[in-house]
Design a protein around this ligand. Sequence first.
Ligand code: NAG
Ligand code: NAG
Ligand code: NAG
Ligand code: NAG
Ligand code: NAG
Length: 654
Amino acid sequence: MHARPLVLFFWSVALALHSPSLAQDSPSWQQYVRAPASAIVHPAAILSSYTQGDVKNADGLVTGAYTTVLTRAGSGEVPTLVVDFGQNVVGQLLLEFAGSANGSSQGFPGIRLAFSEALEYLTDRSDYTRSDRAQGDPPQLITTGTDQIAVKNGPYTWEDQWGCEYDSTVCSDGLHAFRYVRISLDALTEDSPYTSPNGQVDIKSVGLRWSGYLGTPATFTGWFECSDADITQWWYDGVYTVDMGTDIFRANDTEPRGATSASLLNKLVLHDGAKRDRDPYMGDLAVASLTSYLSHDTSAATLNVLEDLAAHQRADGWIPPASINHYTLALFDYPLYWVTCSWDYVFYTGNTSYINAHYAVMAKILDTYYPAHTDSATQLLVRQDGYGDFAFLPRPGSAGYYSALYVLALNKAADLAELTTRTDDAARWRERAAAVSDGFQKTLWDPSVSAYLDRKCSGTGCTAHAQDGNSLAVLAGIANATTASAALRYLAGNTARSYGNAFYDAGGEGLGGGFSERVYPFISYFEGAARFESGDAAGALDLIRRTWGWMASQDPGRHALGGYRTYVLGVKPTKPGFLEWAVNPIATDDISWAKGVVPTPYGPLGVSWERNSGGELLITVDPPNGTTGTVGGLASGTKEVRAEGGQKTVVILV
Ligand SMILES: *[C@@H]1O[C@H](CO)[C@@H](O)[C@H](O)[C@H]1NC(C)=O
Ligand SMILES: *[C@@H]1O[C@H](CO)[C@@H](O)[C@H](O)[C@H]1NC(C)=O
Ligand SMILES: *[C@@H]1O[C@H](CO)[C@@H](O)[C@H](O)[C@H]1NC(C)=O
Ligand SMILES: *[C@@H]1O[C@H](CO)[C@@H](O)[C@H](O)[C@H]1NC(C)=O
Ligand SMILES: *[C@@H]1O[C@H](CO)[C@@H](O)[C@H](O)[C@H]1NC(C)=O
């Protein structure tokens, strides 16, 4: 953007002519929605080059025109076909059998199923199946890589459920997240005499009973579209990923390593992944919940997890990151995400009664747990012995990232304290945030490269500069405008890969693990957010295009884009539930327009902006009654204009 004068108009017919319409709610965004149309999903194709053995009418499983017949006499080639659902799906496979005929061996003819998310991993066993991780207590390892069926002679529909048909034989892992399924007429020797590797199986249809949230166009409470079709599509891909992970917590289809929890059973949750880790994790919610709030009415999935983890707070104030391993997985950073996620929950949903209900938990995290792990000389956090972080990065001692996240959490907690007139706590937490920020700047700033060091130490890996520490320092406001842009410039110049930005610069190689080559989408989200927040929209979009562009080109290639849409559209809550909001679209030349609706408890908040041929930015805001907000200001450096709910307002930034 160039000069800064503002012109404010109220809605008029003349402006309506050259301003993207919110009123018509043009459904063009619906073309990007990934969800299947209904809860019974049909396959997209048969991969004919994978068909082998005696298989007749394989295409019948897609066209429905014929029954597909698999036949094997004696020990000939195993009849096999591969069904492609067209994209990743999650749920229980359904096989409608027309009937079967026993072969020469004893037992019903057997079917074996191998599931896979990517062609690359499509083999004669699933690329990952629940039993692969089920060495827990009690062990729930029931399959050795495929799901088995003893196909009865008469017609019936089989549904993949977790369990075994005959004592501990003919077993299935139940729910799967996959794109491809390989179906073979075959039997495990240990399933004898119940199944036989020969005979004939007639299959009328294959389907999937969808599990998770079915996010069809009709269910969207908010939507988004911009001039860049890729960015738009990636946002809907992220929504689809989050929807697949939004499900009821069930004992027989979640993470088998001690994650089953009586207090979560039958509650709606937002899993870390539809497949794995199929358990809700606090840090991942810091990204995924934002997508959820902006797309579907599923905030209960986040609330249930926040409340459950709070109920498992330890006496020293620590909160488990997830239910896995009976709530004992030792992560040092995740209790801080519980605090930031609580802020997000309150500000995006407007449920302020959450603050009082869980205030004591938040205060104990901040006033008991972290102070016990603080270096009094530097004010920086020292990771508790035996604890790791989001990627178990091996950084002996501690890392700046923890302290930066601490500053962010302290300030968010202070916001929540102020909302409930606990002004003493708010002041104390802000004061501590300032002291930690000061210690961070003094201890970790590396003037030789103008970026923050990962750690202050001497020895292996001590010259490393990390993506997480630098990004969080910017997001937490530890860095000022000058140091923020220097640190982000350093990351761009020293960690960029064609597939995203790596954990570390070359100095990180001292830690082993190839961290200067490895890209981690979860933590990359925070770098993108830091770039948007500090005004480097072009850098943020470049990072998104490399990271998510690379993933989208992969198979299955999906990951939550989190709240990026918040930045592109430029709407944020400044009071819980968007009672007050700020609209401040990104300033970049390669996106010419964006539009969307943010769901709020007061009603939909519509925003659109477009850049006209003269380079002016036309912002249209259609806020719900009872809310107020500002347009402009913040990163674009313009003066802000106030707008009232119930009245469409157009602002032109010249
Ligand atoms: C096929 O085998 C099963 C299992 O041994 C048996 O119960 C069934 O009666 C057999 N079907 C026929 C038609 O013989
Ligand atoms: C798995 O859990 C679901 C939901 O709790 C239940 O309906 C189903 O019967 C369970 N299946 C098995 C085999 O336990
Ligand atoms: C709001 O938060 C409280 C406390 O966490 C919870 O009990 C209540 O169910 C929430 N309300 C809604 C509408 O989700
Ligand atoms: C930003 O912080 C650095 C390091 O503390 C300081 O030297 C510089 O003066 C600050 N710049 C501004 C504009 O405040
Ligand atoms: C908003 O308020 C205006 C003026 O009071 C009223 O005309 C309009 O119907 C209200 N809109 C909604 C959606 O409540």
